[in-house]
Design a binder for this molecule. Structure first.
Ligand code: DX5
Ligand code: ZN
Length: 219
């Protein structure tokens, strides 16, 4: 078991100097969270495989790709083949989530499955052995800087029960509105991987912000 991990989202970084922004959390962060959006699954457009490939050549922190895209069955394995350490698809967008999770693992990455705030976890309990990480969104996906949705906390708790009940070595990630004011609630509910965008890149010292979040989550 890994314990607490922090995955800063570069969505809140300066996209004109992405590699330098990644360097600002090097050594402090466990992962770099890269939000891929396609203007279709979510109403926002960010970056895709060519930029992820370039980043992977330049940064040493493992890359955690969060794909907010339609038809992840077609695109997700390519991010794993490019060298992302973790590739997460949205179950609402996947046509064949079990086949897709297996394809991501076969391409050498950890397979993640994400649930939007209104997507119930119960119906996916039997899929949990097929994945390495469950991402529970704590905002509607699409934008950084949104307010944390407390209404999702019972689902985090329930997901942790399902994982514990099956004795799975599965990470439970939260993403959206995670900050000094909310991370303790997430940790208490059972999350162990914390994505933070504005709370990290909005700080004067992003590495220090990562260390503080980790200390709070571990408390
Ligand atoms: C939102 C993205 C998040 C986003 C979080 O759809 O998936 O990763 O960057 O940003 P904050 O931490 O500012 O809510
Ligand atoms: Zn994300």
């Amino acid at each position: 078991l890994m314990g607490v991990q922090i995955s800063p989202s570069i969505l809140s970084a300066d996209f004109s100097r992405l590699a330098e922004e990644c360097d600002r959390v090097a050594g402090a962060a466990d992962w770099l969270h890269v939000d891929v959006m396609d203007n279709h699954f979510v109403p926002n457009l960010t970056l895709g495989l060519p930029i992820v490939e370039s980043l992977l050549k330049r940064v040493s922190t493992p890359v955690d790709c969060h794909l907010m895209i339609a038809d992840p069955d077609r695109w997700a394995p390519g991010y794993a083949e490019a060298g992302a350490g973790s590739v997460t698809f949205h179950v609402e967008a996947a046509h064949a989530p079990i086949r897709l999770a297996r394809a991501i693992r076969a391409a050498g990455a950890r397979a993640g499955m994400a649930l939007k705030p209104a997507t119930d976890v119960e119906g996916y309990a039997d899929l949990l052995p097929e994945i390495d990480m469950l991402l529970i969104m704590t905002v509607e996906p699409g934008f950084g800087g949104q307010a944390f949705l407390d209404v999702v906390l019972p689902k985090i708790r329930r997901a942790r029960e399902l994982i514990a009940g099956r004795a799975l070595d599965l990470w439970l990630q939260v993403d959206g509105g995670v900050s000094a004011g909310t991370i303790e609630r997430c940790a208490e509910a059972g999350a162990d991987v914390f994505v933070a965008g504005s709370a990290v890149y909005g700080a004067d010292d992003p590495a220090e912000a990562v260390r503080r979040l980790r200390a709070q989550a571990e408390a």
